[in-house]
Design a protein around this ligand. Structure first.
Ligand code: OSB
Ligand code: MG
Length: 384
C-alpha cells in the first residue's frame, strides 16, 4: 500500500452503497477535437451516481463512444458497470476506497469502467470524512498549473492562431497533436513563430518502428517530450526508440497500471508518465503509479480525456501530488464547453493557474438543471 493510499484506509467508518444509477450525457464541444485516431465534436460520457446514508457522489467514465483510444467504449463500459461492477457492490460494506478493488477483482481489465465507480467511492469517503479529496490522497498544492492540448487543425496557420490565443490566455505549456503528414513541417512553423515556448507533441500511437528516421527529426524542435509515438502496447519498441532520441518519450496509452511503469522503467521505454485515472483503473492505481514513478525518478503529469467538470475535479485533485512535475492537460471548463454541468466551472487565471476546490470530496457540486438538459439515457440499479 502506498503512503497516499494509506491515508484513504483511515477514512471514517464504512460505507454501503444503497442507491446507484448510470446516465449518459452529451455536451457539444466549443471546437472539434481531432487526434491521429479520430474527431470528436460532442463529448459523450457515462456518469455514475452513488449514494450512501444520504450522501451522494458522482464518477465519470472516460471511455469514448468508439474503441479507438482504448478498447473500452461507452456501450461496453455501461454494460460492465451495470451488469458486473455495481451489482457486485450490493450490500457490501466498504471500509476504504481500496476495498472496491478486491470486490471487483474478478472482472479483468475494463479499467475505465472500474475507475468511474472507484472514483465516486473515493469522493463519497472524502465527503463523509468532511475533507477535500486532494488532501485525502496526499496532495499538497492549493493551485495547479494548466496546459492545453491542441488538436489537429485544418491548416498550420489555424494552429498558429490557436497557439497564440492559448498563450494569451495564460496556459503554461502547449501540447499539439501530431500524425504522419502533420509533424515536422508544422513544428518548423510553430518554432519559427514561437521559438521558446514550453512545447510538447502527442502522436497517439500514430507511428511505427519503421518511422525512426522521421521521429529522430523531432529532436530538432526542443520539445519537452514526445507523447506515445508508437503502438499502444509496444513498450519494447519505445525502449528502442528512446535510445535513438534525445527528447524524452512520455507514455500515455501504454501505461495501464503500476506494472507498466515497472516495465517501462526496466526497459527504458520512456522518461515521463502521463497519468489518466481512467486508463489505470482509478485513484488507488493512480497513486500507486505516481509513487512507483517517483521511486524510479520518473516525473509524471496528469492527462485528460475532455472530461466534464465531474471527471475534471478528480484530475485537479491528482494534479496536487508531489511527483506531478509538468503542467498537464487539465484546462478550464470553458476550453471545452459553453456551459459545464457543475455549479462552479473550473477557471484559470491569466498566469495559467487553477484553484484547487476546498470543499468536501472533489469540492464540485453537480448543476442539476444543466445536467438534466444533457442526459440522453439513464438507468437506476437495484442495490437492495
Ligand atoms: O491522448 O491525451 C490524449 C483527449 C482524448 C483522448 C486522448 C487524449 C486526449 C487529449 C485531450 O489530449 C486532453 C484534454 O484536454 O482533456
Ligand atoms: Mg495522449
Amino acid at each position: 500500500m502506498t503512503d497516499a493510499a494509506d491515508t484513504g484506509r483511515k477514512l471514517s467508518d464504512s460505507v454501503v452503497i444503497d442507491r446507484a444509477g448510470l446516465m449518459i450525457v452529451r455536451l457539444p464541444l466549443v471546437s472539434p477535437f481531432e487526434t491521429s485516431f479520430g474527431m470528436t465534436r460532442v463529448k459523450e460520457a457515462i456518469l455514475a451516481r452513488i449514494e450512501s446514508d444520504g450522501v451522494e457522489s458522482y464518477g465519470e467514465c472516460v471511455a469514448e463512444p468508439s474503441p479507438y483510444y482504448s478498447y473500452e467504449y461507452n456501450r461496453q463500459a455501461w454494460d460492465v458497470m451495470h451488469s458486473y461492477l455495481l451489482p457486485s457492490l450490493k450490500g457490501v460494506e466498504l471500509h476504504a476506497p481500496a476495498d472496491f478493488i478486491s470486490v471487483t477483482k474478478r472482472v479483468r481489465g475494463h479499467n475505465m469502467a472500474k475507475a468511474c465507480i472507484e472514483m465516486a467511492i473515493w469522493d463519497l469517503f472524502a465527503r463523509r470524512a468532511g475533507r477535500p479529496l486532494s488532501k485525502v490522497i496526499g496532495g499538497r498544492r492549493t493551485r495547479i498549473e494548466c496546459g492545453i492540448s491542441i488538436g489537429i487543425q485544418k491548416t498550420p496557420d489555424a494552429l498558429l492562431g490557436v497557439i497564440s490565443n492559448s498563450l494569451d490566455a495564460g496556459y503554461r505549456r502547449i501540447k499539439i497533436k501530431i500524425r504522419p503528414g502533420w509533424d515536422t513541417g508544422v513544428l518548423g512553423k510553430v518554432r519559427k513563430s514561437f521559438p521558446d515556448i514550453p512545447l510538447q507533441v502527442d502522436a497517439n500511437a500514430a507511428y511505427t518502428t519503421s518511422d525512426f528516421t522521421k521521429l529522430r527529426k523531432l529532436d530538432r524542435f526542443g520539445l519537452q517530450m514526445i507523447e506515445q509515438p508508437l503502438d499502444y502496447d509496444d513498450l519494447y519498441g519505445h525502449s528502442l526508440l528512446q535510445r535513438k532520441l534525445s527528447t524524452p518519450i512520455c507514455l500515455d496509452e501504454s501505461i495501464k497500471g503500476p506494472e507498466s511503469v515497472r516495465l517501462m522503467s526496466k526497459l527504458g521505454s520512456g522518461r515521463i508518465v502521463n497519468i489518466k485515472a481512467g486508463r489505470v483503473g482509478g485513484l488507488s492505481a493512480s497513486l500507486e503509479v505516481h509513487d512507483i514513478a517517483m521511486k524510479s525518478k520518473i516525473p509524471v503529469w496528469i492527462g485528460g480525456m475532455l472530461e466534464t467538470g465531474i471527471g475534471r475535479a478528480f484530475n485537479v485533485a491528482l494534479n496536487t501530488l508531489p511527483n506531478v512535475r509538468f503542467p498537464g492537460d487539465t484546462s478550464p471548463s470553458s476550453r471545452y464547453f459553453t456551459r459545464d454541468i457543475i455549479t462552479h466551472p473550473f477557471e484559470m487565471n491569466g498566469s495559467g493557474l487553477m484553484e484547487v476546490p476546498k470543499g468536501h470530496g472533489t469540492g464540485v457540486e453537480v448543476d442539476a438543471r444543466e445536467l438534466e438538459k444533457r442526459v440522453v439515457k439513464r438507468k437506476s440499479i437495484d442495490m437492495a
